[in-house]
Design a protein around this ligand. Structure first.
Ligand code: ADP
Length: 307
């Protein structure tokens, strides 16, 4: 069956408001910082931009406010080639992340979900929503859990493959977990979903992947930063190394990875092959500053590491 879209991303869109400071303020303290930098972000918008920049036919279903930040996000999405006809506008201010970064690169972040918190189940399941028009639906957890659940159920009913990045980590209903193919987590998210069970071999990503599989998903991918990722499906785990790169800024690496993974799965690749592609996209994204600004086009991806 051919679909109008390779990928439908259902998720968040935020403006990232970044100020560099010498020292992050303590309670009651005021510090002076750099000029404000405003970047398009949010895990949903990031994944959509990552996939579209690679050439995927991508739509985003999200909600932004009727404000400058919303317009910034729509512009960035359109410039990358994302179909924004399902981005809803209004109801609350655009979500923002207020970020202070110190010279060591450590940050403090306040997120105001704003319009993301108003993306309702009816927005996703209402008439003419494109959930059935994509080969893969990709989600993260920066929108209300009931909207995630409604999307996953609609996708499952339509026979659409679900890729879910459990970020930020939160408990998921059994039927939502069961539909994930794959569930994508980093090491921190894996620990949270597993209830940080202090098992003997709990530091082995292979052990996390099998423990996560026991929660119901059809497949699991654990991202391992500079180490690459682990693909786990059909009872077997495969470690996929990342190409070695000079990391400059890892912001958005997981979003670039997952957007790329979802697109390759939509084009019919098996999980391991898709992960081998996605680690190269994640690696490219860490070689440049920023999130969406750092995401590569196909000709900017490093070669696979020698096997
Ligand atoms: P998150 O950004 O969600 O914490 P990771 O840090 O695991 O996720 O990064 C996601 C992917 O980005 C990794 O699987 C890998 O492919 C790539 N990546 C991240 N950091 C590096 C790095 N230092 N060098 C090469 N690739 C990296």
């Amino acid at each position: 069956m051919t679909h109008p879209y390779d990928l439908l991303v259902v998720g968040s869109a935020n403006a990232d408001l970044v100020v560099r400071v010498d020292r992050r303020p303590a309670a009651g303290e005021t510090v002076l910082g750099s000029d404000l930098a405003v970047h398009p972000g949010g895990k949903g918008a990031n994944q959509a931009v990552a996939a579209a920049r690679l050439g995927a036919r991508t739509a985003l279903l999200a909600r932004v406010g009727e404000d400058g930040h919303g317009r910034l996000l729509l512009e960035s999405l359109r410039a990358a080639g994302v179909d924004t006809s399902a981005v809803l506008v209004g109801g609350a201010p655009t979500g923002v992340a207020l970020i202070t970064v110190d010279p060591a690169g450590d940050n403090s972040i306040v997120v105001s979900p704003g319009a993301n918190a108003r993306l309702a189940p009816a927005d996703v399941t209402g008439t003419a929503r494109p959930a059935a028009g994509a080969a893969v639906v990709s989600l993260q957890l920066e929108i209300p859990p009931e909207t995630v659940a409604a999307t996953v159920r609609a996708a499952a009913a339509a026979g659409t493959r679900v890729v879910l990045n459990a970020s930020p980590p939160a408990p998921l209903p059994a039927d939502v977990l069961a539909a994930c193919d794959p569930l994508v987590v980093n090491e921190h998210e894996a620990r949270v979903l597993l209830g940080e069970r202090p098992e003997e071999d709990a530091d082995e990503p292979e052990a996390w992947a099998s423990a996560l599989t026991a929660l119901g998903p059809r497949s699991v991918v654990v991202t391992l930063g500079a180490e690459g990722a682990l693909a786990h499906g059909d009872g077997a785990s495969v470690r996929v190394p990342s190409p070695p790169v000079q990391a400059v800024d890892t912001t958005g690496a997981g979003d670039a990875f997952t957007g790329a993974l979802a697109w390759r799965l939509a084009s019919g690749e098996d999980l391991e092959t898709a992960v081998r592609f996605a680690v190269r996209v994640g690696a490219a994204a860490v070689t440049r500053a920023g999130a969406q600004e750092s995401f590569p086009a196909v000709d900017e991806i490093p070669a696979p590491p020698a096997r």
